[in-house]
Design a protein around this ligand. Structure first.
Ligand code: CTP
Length: 404
C-alpha cells in the first residue's frame, strides 16, 4: 500500500453498456495523479476491449484468476494489497449478487474478498433490475458490510426506459472516490425528511403540494454515499426511496412529526427537506363530502413546525432547513435561520419556477457569517455538494457533531 501521495486505484469493470463510461473514469483518475489497474469480468469484455483499458491505464488488464503468466508478475494477492481503494464501475446486478454472497468465482470477486481496501460500487442496470427486491436486498447487505455506493442515477437508460439504474457520471464517481465528501459521514447518523405531506379533508381528498421528494431522496442518497447511516421520513414520493436507507413512509405533518421525534435520539444531523403542509383541515369528514352546497369552506389550522421543534431540543443534532421563497431570498432565509435557530439553511427561489417538482434546482445556502451559492444543476449533484458543505460546517462549528 502507498503511504501518502495519491491512492492506488483498482478499477473493476463488470458487464454492462455503461462500461464505456469507465474509460473516461480511468482517464480522470490518471489526470488526478492516481495509478490505476483495471480488472474486467468476462462479460465486460463484450462491451469494451481490454486493450482500451490497457492503453488508458498504461498497465496490463487482468481478467482471469488462473492466468499463469499474469500470476507470475503481480499475483492476485499482491494486487489486492497494492490497491488503496477499489471501485467497480459499472457494477452489474449479477456482480452485486456475487459480492453480496461472498463468492470468489472470478478474479474481480476474489480481489474484493482478498483486499482490505475500501470498496465503492457504481451500480448500473435496467430500472426494473435495480428495483427488484433481490437487488435491493443485495445492496442493503453490501452497505451494512461497509461497502459504499455512488448512484445509480435516474434518467433515460440505454434500454430506452426511464428510471433509476443509470450509472453515476465519471465526475460523480471520482468525487465519491477522492472528493472531500468521500466517507466524510462515516459512522454518522442522519435523519432526513422529504416529500409533501397530505392533510386529509375526507376519506378521498387531501390538501397537498407539488413537492416530488426528489431533493430529500437525493440528499439521503448523498448522505448514504458519504458513509452515513440514514433514516428518511417521507411523505408520498414521486420517486423510490434509495436502497440502503431506512425509509419511513408517512402521510400527514403530524405523523411526520411523531416519526421524526421517535428517531431523533443520537442523531448527528437532521435535514428538513420535506415540504410540510403549514395547515391542515380542522375537521376531517368521516364520509366522502357530497357536492350539495354551491360553495364549500374549509377551515385550516396550523400544523406543528417539525424543523423548529427539532432545533429547539437540547441536546440536538446539527440542524439544516430549507426555505422556498418568492421574494427577498436572502433576507427571508436569514430571518428563518435565526427564527428557527438553525445551523444552516438552503433557500431556493420558487418564483422563477426553480426547485419544487423539477429534476434540477439552484440553491443559496446561508449560515451565521457565511453563504454559498450553488447554480442550477441536477438534484443529485446539488445534494452531493450540499452534503459536502454540511460536513464542512459540522466540522467547523467546533463541537464534535456527534455530541452537540
Ligand atoms: N418545516 C417543517 N415543519 C413544518 C413546516 C416547515 O419541518 N410544519 C420545514 C421544512 O421542511 C423546511 C423549512 O421548515 O425545511 C421551511 O419551511 P417553510 O414553509 O418554507 O418556511 P416557514 O418557516 O413555514 O415560513 P413561511 O412559509 O412563512 O415562509
Amino acid at each position: 500500500m502507498k503511504t501518502g501521495g495519491k491512492p492506488n486505484i483498482l478499477l473493476g469493470v463488470s458487464g454492462g453498456i455503461a462500461a464505456y463510461k469507465a474509460c473516461e473514469l480511468v482517464r480522470r483518475l490518471r489526470d488526478a495523479g492516481c495509478e490505476v489497474r483495471v480488472v474486467m469480468t468476462r462479460a465486460a469484455t463484450a462491451f469494451v476491449t481490454p486493450l482500451t483499458f490497457q492503453a488508458l491505464s498504461g498497465q496490463p488488464v487482468r481478467m482471469d484468476l488462473l492466468d499463469a503468466e499474469a500470476e507470475s508478475g503481480m499475483d492476485h494477492i499482491a494486487l489486492a494489497r497494492w490497491a488503496d481503494r477499489v471501485v467497480i464501475a459499472p457494477a452489474s446486478a449479477n456482480l452485486m449478487a456475487r459480492l453480496a454472497a461472498g463468492m470468489a468465482d472470478d478474479l474481480l470477486t476474489t480481489l474484493c474478498l482478498a483486499t482490505e481496501a475500501p470498496l465503492l460500487l457504481a451500480p448500473a442496470m435496467n430500472r426494473v433490475m435495480w428495483a427488484h427486491p433481490a437487488t435491493r436486498a443485495n445492496t442493503e447487505r453490501l452497505l451494512t458490510r461497509g461497502v459504499r455506493m455512488v448512484g445509480p442515477e435516474s434518467g433515460s437508460q440505454a434500454c430506452g426506459e426511464e428510471g433509476a439504474g443509470r450509472m453515476a457520471e465519471p465526475a460523480s464517481i471520482l468525487h465519491a472516490l477522492l472528493g472531500p465528501g468521500s466517507g466524510s459521514l462515516s459512522g454518522r447518523r442522519v435523519l432526513i425528511t422529504a416529500g409533501p405531506t397530505h392533510e386529509p379533508i375526507d376519506p378521498v381528498r387531501f390538501v397537498g403540494n407539488r413537492s416530488s421528494g426528489r431533493m430529500g431522496v437525493a440528499l439521503a442518497t448523498a448522505a448514504r454515499d458519504a458513509g452515513a447511516e440514514v433514516c428518511l421520513v417521507h411523505g408520498p414520493l414521486a420517486v423510490e426511496p434509495p436502497a440502503g436507507v431506512e425509509a419511513v413512509p408517512v402521510e400527514t405533518a403530524e405523523a411526520m412529526r411523531v416519526a421524526v421525534l421517535e428517531r431523533l435520539d443520537d442523531r448527528d444531523l437532521f435535514i428538513a427537506a420535506a415540504a410540510v403542509a403549514d395547515y391542515r383541515p380542522r375537521e376531517v369528514a368521516g364520509q366522502k363530502l357530497k357536492k350539495d352546497a354551491p360553495t364549500l369552506t374549509l377551515e385550516l389550522i396550523r400544523n406543528p413546525d417539525i424543523l423548529a421543534e427539532v432545533a429547539s431540543r437540547r441536546p440536538r443534532p446539527f440542524v439544516v432547513g430549507f426555505a422556498a421563497e418568492t421574494t427577498d431570498l436572502r433576507g427571508n432565509a436569514l430571518a428563518k435561520l435565526a427564527r428557527k435557530g438553525l445551523d444552516l439553511i438552503a433557500a431556493n427561489d420558487v418564483s422563477a419556477g426553480q426547485g419544487i417538482g423539477r429534476p434540477t434546482n439552484a440553491l443559496s445556502v446561508f449560515w451565521q457569517g457565511g453563504e454559498r451559492l450553488f447554480p442550477e444543476q441536477p438534484k443529485a449533484d446539488l445534494a452531493r455538494a450540499l452534503i459536502d458543505l454540511i460536513t464542512e460546517r459540522m466540522e467547523r462549528s467546533g463541537a464534535d457533531p456527534s455530541t452537540t
